[in-house]
Design a protein around this ligand. Structure first.
Ligand code: URA
Length: 451
């Protein structure tokens, strides 16, 4: 079969076979299929779509393009993935909390691109933190302290890395089958037994509507289930940024505050929902409510924060920054925006705040750009809040770069005001679960379960 025929068949709307998909994906990984043919194939998928079976075959080919880790010797390992948002520092809080509650967490994270931040960039705010662990180092650390947060190793789903780079440059990112297969191939290859997906919906997310997000969630859950994983997808709002801080070290400081029991309510809600589901799927909690209580205890007794400290130390980071977040990189300039008249925040546009953070240097205009860990935005008011005349509603932390004035203007424009009261928007927008994820979990022999 010739590759051009596979492309033509997809262009004309045909359903491809597993062999045809293998031919193009594995051929591309080996260098036999050139970029221009893969780009044409991806554009055909964007226009014509794929059904569930084709998407499952595509995911499978991408997994088989590299190695699949076997983490079974560590017990039921749980992973978490967000489809990307503004101010989304959930991993920094939930991963240590869940690990502190006894569920091994192996998380391979990504870098920020465009307006969405990335966990690896945030973690590198800790001086010296390594995000390039080898598979052997990952396994050793998981066995020793029960938590790893590192970058994707090159041998896991290599087809995805190469395909994603092409998609980024050819306008072929926004396709539900391509996004679902990209995310799930990495999760399956990384070897976790259960995955909690945080599917973001709204102005600052890939998925603009609940309907699209539900479709993406359904597909990812089905793919995971077909590969023997327990998967739950939670749909959460990304109209406004999550929490108050946007920008790498500002977000790390907010994550530490949340682990100390002092974080913003919306961030805490998403953390507790994701973490409770992770503990339930890892079979450390009999019910989600019990999982939530375990997480609350891990915040109250400091064991979550101690686990973050252990993680940072294990990966070579400066732990004094965990103990004293004022040691994290700090911007040299601070501008405060104050309200001209008393009003309520009606809307806060996450995409404008994200764009402002990129202009400040906290994110990348293009892949490979350096970032400034110190800069960002702190939101002093969120939708539903009342701000009195003269009171601050946002802070812009900058390093005196050429984009500062534009960023300041964007943050101001991100707020829409109203004279009358505004109801705070809904945060949790729905859940999609795999069928075995919903069944009563059985404790593994000798495991400590919550009461
Ligand atoms: N995140 C991914 O890993 N892949 C996509 O295609 C989109 C978001």
């Amino acid at each position: 079969m010739r590759v051009v025929e596979v492309i033509e068949r997809k262009r004309d709307g045909a359903k491809l076979s597993a062999e045809e998909i293998d031919r193009i994906v594995l051929g591309f990984t080996k260098g036999e299929v050139p970029d221009y043919q893969m780009a044409a194939f991806l554009m055909a998928v964007v226009w014509r779509g794929m059904d569930d079976e084709e998407t499952a075959w595509l995911t499978d080919s991408m997994v088989r393009s590299g190695k699949r880790l076997d983490l079974s010797r560590y017990g039921r390992v749980v992973d978490k993935h967000s489809t990307g948002g503004i101010g989304d520092k959930v991993t920094l809080v939930v991963a240590p909390l869940v690990a502190a509650c006894g569920a091994p967490v192996a998380k391979m994270s990504g870098r920020g691109l465009g307006i969405t931040g990335g966990t690896l960039d945030k973690l590198e705010s800790f001086r010296g933190y390594r995000v390039d662990l080898t598979t052997k180092e990952l396994m050793t650390q998981l066995g020793r302290i029960g938590i790893v947060v590192t970058g994707q190793t090159k041998d896991l789903a290599p087809a995805d890395g190469a395909m994603y780079a092409l998609r980024d440059a050819t306008g072929t990112v926004p396709s539900i089958p391509l996004i679902a297969s990209s995310i799930m191939s990495k999760k399956i290859a990384a070897g976790a037994h259960a995955v909690v997906l945080d599917v973001k919906v709204g102005a600052g997310a890939f998925m603009r509507t609940v309907r699209q997000a539900r479709e993406l969630a359904r597909l990812m859950v089905a793919i995971g289930e077909a590969h023997g994983l327990d998967v739950t997808a939670e749909l959460t709002a990304m109209e406004a940024p999550l929490g108050n801080a946007v920008g790498n070290s500002l977000e790390v400081a907010e994550a530490i505050a949340t682990l100390r029991g002092d974080g913003p309510a919306d961030l805490r809600d998403v953390v507790l929902a994701a973490g409770a589901e992770m503990l339930y799927l890892a079979r450390r909690a009999r019910t989600r409510a019990a999982g939530r209580a375990m997480l609350e205890r891990a915040i109250a007794d400091g064991s979550g924060l101690a686990k973050l400290r252990q993680l940072v130390a294990a990966q070579g980071g400066d732990v004094t920054m965990v103990d004293d977040p004022s040691r994290l990189p700090r911007a040299t300039r601070l501008r405060t925006l104050t309200a001209e008249r008393t009003a309520y925040v009606a809307r806060l546009d996450a995409s404008l705040v994200g764009l402002a953070s990129v202009r400040l240097g906290a994110g990348r205009e293009k892949k490979g750009d350096p970032i400034d860990h110190a800069t960002g935005i702190v939101l002093r008011a969120k939708p539903g809040d009342r701000v009195a005349r003269g009171e601050p509603y946002a802070e812009v932390h900058s390093s005196g770069g050429s984009g500062d004035a534009e960023a300041l203007d964007m943050v101001g424009r991100a707020f829409t005001w109203r004279r009358t009261t505004v109801r705070p928007p809904k945060l949790m927008l729905g859940t999609v679960r795999s069928s075995h994820g919903g069944s009563a979990p059985l404790p593994p022999p000798g495991a400590s379960l919550d009461p």
